[in-house]
Design a protein around this ligand. Structure first.
Ligand code: AHR
Length: 533
C-alpha cells in the first residue's frame, strides 16, 4: 500500500561531507546583517534575531491534527458512546476532549487517510441502530459500525473549538456522492438540508476545508499523476458551497520528494484547488522494519533526527514547483500527514498503528514545527498523524486511562506561535552526530505573538551535551526571558499509564538577557520556548 523513497541523496551527501559548522537558512529573504556570524567552539549556536524584520503570518493551522478511523484513533480514543462507563458527554470522552480543547487544535482532518477513499457518508448518518456495519479493509480488517459519522465528527470539532477538514471519497466514490456530502453539511435549504435537520442539525456546519481524496497514487486508487489531476478537476468542479461561504479544496498530494506529482497537479488542476497536500513520515530504518518507538540506540536516534530534517528539503522542493504555477502563493502546501511511524507496540494489532511516544518524538515534533514556521508563506496547514492512539499521537488511552505524550506537550508549549508573525533568525550551529548520522545541534524559530510578545523556540538535538545559544537581538530592548522546558534524562523516556508525568514541561531558568543579547543554556535533548520581556 505504501511506497516511499527512503531519503534524499542530498541529505546523505550532507551527512557524509560534514563540516564542523552548520549555516541554517532560516528564511530566504533578507541579506545577513552579520555575515561574520560563526558557530561557537562548544556545542551550541550563535544567532541574530531580527525583531525589526517581521515576515509572514504563521497560520495557526500548521498546528492541526489528523484523526482517522484506524485502530483506537476514533473508537475508544475519542468516542466511547453515551452508554460507556468512561466519563463522557454524549459519547465523547471528557478527558480527551478537555485535553484537546486546552491545546487549541486549529483543524482536524477526518475520516482518513486511506479510510476516506472507501467511506460512504450516507452509512454514517441517521439513527445509529440503522447504520450498516462494514469491514475496515485498510486497518486491521475489524468491523466499523459507523457509530461515528458526519454529525459526530462535526460536533466533536465544535466541542474542541477546531475547524473541520473532511476528506472525500475519490477512490471508490462518485462526484455526485461527494457533492451531495458537501451539500448535506453546508446547505441552508433543500432536501439534504432537511435530512440533516431530521438527523438533529438544523444549522449548516462550517466546512472550511475539503480534501479531494487521499494518496491517489496509492490507497486512494493507484493513479498516475496525470489521471489523478483529471479526476481531481472533475470532482472539484462539483464541490459547491452556498453563496457567502468559502471552502478550500485540497488536492491529494505527493509522497515525500515526488515533485513530479506536484508539478502535474499544479499544472493541470492548480487553478481549481486552494491547496495541494504532501505526506512525509519519519521512519528510522525502512518500511519493512521501521524501528522501535522506545527501544532504540543513540545511532537510531541520530538517524531518525537526520531523516526528519528532510522535511525542509521536501517543502522547499514542492514550493519551488508551486512557485512556477502560482507565484502569488495562493495555493496552500498542506503537509496533511506527517510524523513518526515506528513498529507497533509489541502485542498490539499490527493494523492499528499504536506506538509509544518518547522525548525523541518531542524533539522531532519541534524540529518540524520550526521548519514549518520558516515556510509560513506557502505552508498554511499541517496535520500531524495522528490525534489519539495512532502513530505520533498527542494522547494515548487505555480503557478509562489517558496519558498526554511528549508530543502533546510540545504542541502546548508552542501555542503562542499560533497566528504569530514570523521573525527571522540567523543561526550558526555546531553539529551533533553519531556515526554517519548528523543534525545541527540547535534549531530555532521566533515570532511575535498575537499578544504582542516575542517568543523564541529552541531545540537541542544533542542527547549528551547541553548547548549554549547566544543571540543578538535587533529591534527590541529585551530585559529578561522566561520560559518552559521539556527534557528527560534519556531520549527514550516516555509517559505511561502508570507513570504519566515522566516527561512534562517544567519552568525554565536557563536564559538570561544582557547587553550582548539573549544567552541560553539548553539541557541535552530539550525543547525550550521563551518569552522575551
Ligand atoms: O496515517 C496512516 C496512513 O498513512 C493514512 O491512512 C494514509 O494516508 C497514509 O499512508
Amino acid at each position: 500500500m505504501l511506497s516511499r523513497s527512503c531519503r534524499a541523496l542530498a541529505l546523505l551527501v550532507a551527512a557524509t561531507a560534514l563540516t564542523p559548522v552548520a549555516t541554517i537558512a532560516q528564511q530566504a529573504a533578507p541579506a545577513p546583517a552579520t555575515p561574520e556570524l560563526a558557530a561557537p567552539a562548544t556545542p551550541g549556536a550563535n544567532a541574530v534575531l531580527r525583531v525589526d524584520q517581521p515576515g509572514a503570518k504563521i497560520d495557526r493551522r500548521i498546528f492541526s491534527q489528523f484523526a482517522e478511523h484506524l485502530g483506537a484513533g476514533i473508537y475508544g480514543g475519542i468516542w466511547v458512546g453515551a452508554g460507556s462507563k468512561i466519563p463522557n458527554t454524549r459519547g465523547y470522552r471528557n478527558d480527551v476532549v478537555a485535553a484537546l480543547k486546552d491545546l487549541k487544535v486549529p483543524v482536524v482532518r477526518w475520516p482518513g487517510g486511506c479510510f476516506a477513499d472507501e467511506y460512504h457518508w450516507r452509512e454514517g448518518i441517521g439513527p445509529r441502530k440503522d447504520r450498516p456495519t462494514k469491514v475496515n479493509t485498510n486497518w486491521g480488517g475489524v468491523t466499523e459500525d459507523n457509530a461515528f459519522g458526519t454529525h459526530e465528527f462535526m460536533d466533536f470539532a465544535e466541542m474542541i473549538g477546531a475547524e473541520a477538514y473532511v476528506s472525500g471519497n475519490v477512490g471508490n466514490g462518485t462526484p455526485t456522492e461527494m457533492a451531495e456530502w458537501v451539500e448535506y453539511m453546508t446547505a441552508p435549504a433543500g432536501s439534504l438540508a432537511e435530512l440533516r435537520a431530521k438527523n438533529g442539525r438544523k444549522q449548516p456546519w462550517k466546512l472550511p476545508f475539503f480534501g479531494i481524496g487521499n494518496e491517489l497514487w496509492g490507497c486512494g486508487g493507484n493513479m498516475r499523476a496525470e489521471y489523478a489531476a483529471d479526476v481531481t478537476k472533475r470532482f472539484a468542479t462539483f464541490i459547491k458551497v452556498p453563496a457567502g461561504t468559502k471552502i478550500d479544496k485540497i488536492a491529494s498530494g505527493a509522497s515525500d520528494t515526488k515533485y513530479d506529482w506536484t508539478e502535474v497537479m499544479m499544472r493541470e488542476a492548480g487553478k481549481l484547488v486552494d491547496g495541494v497536500g504532501v505526506h512525509y513520515y519519519t521512519i528510522t530504518d525502512n518500511w519493512t522494519k521501521k524501528g522501535s518507538a522506545t527501544q532504540f540506540q543513540e545511532v537510531d536516534y541520530a538517524r531518525t533526527i537526520e531523516k526528519t530534517l528532510l522535511m525542509d528539503e521536501i517543502i522547499t522542493g514542492h514550493s519551488a514547483v508551486m512557485d512556477k504555477y502560482d507565484p502569488e502563493k495562493r495555493v496552500n502546501l498542506a503537509v496533511d500527514e506527517w510524523g513518526t511511524w515506528f513498529d507497533v507496540e509489541p502485542g498490539t494489532n499490527p493494523g492499528f498503528l499504536f506506538q509509544q511516544n518518547t522525548m525523541r518524538d518531542a524533539i522531532l515534533a519541534a524540529l518540524n514545527i520550526n521548519i514549518f514556521t520558516r515556510h509560513a508563506d506557502r505552508v498554511r496547514m499541517t496535520n500531524i498523524a495522528q490525534m489519539v492512539n495512532v502513530l505520533q499521537a498527542m494522547i494515548l488511552t487505555d480503557g478509562p486511562r489517558m496519558v498526554l505524550t511528549p508530543t502533546y506537550h510540545v504542541y502546548h508549549m508552542y501555542k503562542p506561535f499560533q497566528d504569530a508573525t514570523f521573525l527571522p533568525m540567523d543561526v550558526k550551529s555546531t553539529w551533533y552526530s553519531k556515526d554517519q548520522w548528523a543534525a545541527p545541534t540547535v534549531s530555532a524559530t521566533a515570532a511575535r505573538g498575537t499578544d504582542g510578545k516575542v517568543y523564541v523556540a529552541l531545540v537541542n538535538t544533542d542527547p549528551n551535551n547541553p548547548a549554549t545559544v547566544s543571540t543578538a537581538i535587533q529591534g527590541m530592548q529585551a530585559t529578561s526571558a522566561t520560559g518552559t522546558v521539556l527534557t528527560a534524562p534519556q531520549v527514550s523516556a516516555h509517559n505511561t499509564f502508570d507513570a504519566p508525568n515522566t516527561v512534562r514541561p517544567q519552568p525554565f531558568n536557563g536564559a538570561t538577557v544582557g547587553p550582548q543579547g539573549l544567552s541560553v543554556t539548553l539541557p541535552a535533548a530539550s525543547v525550550v520556548v521563551l518569552t522575551l520581556n
